[in-house]
Design a protein around this ligand. Structure first.
Ligand SMILES: NC(=O)c1ccc[n+]([C@@H]2O[C@H](COP(=O)([O-])OP(=O)(O)OC[C@H]3O[C@@H](n4cnc5c(N)ncnc54)[C@H](OP(=O)(O)O)[C@@H]3O)[C@@H](O)[C@H]2O)c1
Length: 299
């Protein structure tokens, strides 16, 4: 079985991307073969492309999440059957027409979730759930970068738990943040003062989804002295109080979010879709850092 796979032979901007055709090896034990319908583009993909984040040998392959149809299964695949519509985290890569995925990663695609949304649920859902679990029992949360992929789901999950949320954006996403349930504040000079105006009491915690020094300083100024300040960005912060956090694989956490997207309790935003052959456009846009919700490749 041949797959068309997005690769890059070197680090750089999105013009380093190309699509190759490759014969897949026979299906490994414990894996399902999937015909991909949609796959989200995450900052990790774009940051690996540039070489800012480096793991895995060149040529790079991309993508961490997918939605598609099962085309091949091992004999002991349990509940799954050929033709089932599924979503989840990938194995090695997902930006390809055919991929092999550990059976344990599969979640059934609810009929109320369209392909584009289904293809971009896994990464940010599991990240947001892990972050909230770690933050524990809090009453107020400051979110730097609330309108992006992680922020969109994190804000809503926090609100569902009754947590008060103030979230930052450029100003262009204020109405969007309000629909998610957050009080919006524009980032930029004077950020801590603006946050203090809308939320005078110190926050129990802050989560940094946009890795600026400003986000760290504003958090230090507005979070309780013993409050938690965490960052998913992987960018070193100018304070030891900022701890690193991020994605933790958990199909159960993904299912929790999928159930809520399926019945409309959680709003999911796909700001733009790209045919697979135009993946470079999508990567370029993600790299700009101003995605509202998610950008998704369509196959
Ligand atoms: N996606 C994942 O599954 C995942 C998993 C683990 C870690 N991470 C990391 O977590 C971070 C956030 O990921 P993401 O997927 O949410 O990113 P994203 O979707 O690319 O975030 C885009 C959002 O960031 C906002 N933003 C840009 N500059 C900002 C600033 N200076 N202050 C506050 N907000 C700002 C933008 O709002 P405006 O357009 O209004 O500026 C936009 O809505 C990234 O560093 C990523 O690598 C992501």
């Amino acid at each position: 079985m041949k797959s068309r796979i997005l690769i890059s032979n070197r680090y750089g901007q999105s013009d380093v991307l190309s699509i190759i055709e490759e014969e897949l090896p026979s299906l490994a034990a414990g894996h399902a073969r999937i015909e991909v319908r949609a796959a989200g583009i995450n900052p990790i993909d774009a940051r690996r492309m540039t070489g800012e984040i480096r793991f895995g040998p060149l040529p790079l392959r991309f993508g961490t999440e997918f939605a598609g149809l099962i085309t091949e299964l091992p004999a002991d695949a349990g509940q799954w059957a050929i033709g089932d519509e599924v979503l989840g985290s990938g194995g090695g890569f997902t930006h390809a027409t055919i991929i092999d995925v550990p059976v344990g990663n599969l979640i059934r695609r609810p009929s109320t979730i369209d392909w584009a949304v289904a293809g971009c649920l896994a990464g940010t859902s599991q990240t947001a759930m892990a972050v909230l679990d770690e933050l524990g029992d809090i009453g107020s949360l400051l979110v730097h970068g609330g309108a992006g992929g992680v922020g969109t789901v994190l804000v809503q999950l926090a609100r569902e738990k009754g947590i008060e949320v103030v979230a930052t954006d450029s100003g262009a996403n204020h109405d969007y943040l309000r629909t998610l349930g957050a009080t919006p504040v524009a980032y930029g000079p004077g950020l801590a003062e603006r946050i203090g105006t809308v939320h005078p009491a110190p926050f129990d915690a802050a989560i940094i989804l946009a890795g600026t020094e400003e986000a760290t300083h504003a958090s230090l100024a507005t979070v309780k002295p013993d409050g938690d300040i965490a960052s998913t960005t992987g960018i070193p912060a100018p304070s030891e109080r900022v701890r690193a956090t991020g994605h933790k694989p958990s199909p159960a956490n993904l299912q929790y979010v999928v159930d809520r997207v399926a019945d409309g309790r959680i709003r999911w935003e796909v700001s733009e879709t790209y045919p697979f052959t135009r993946a470079a456009e999508g990567f370029g846009a993600v790299l700009q850092g101003h995605t509202r919700g998610k950008r998704v490749l369509i196959f």
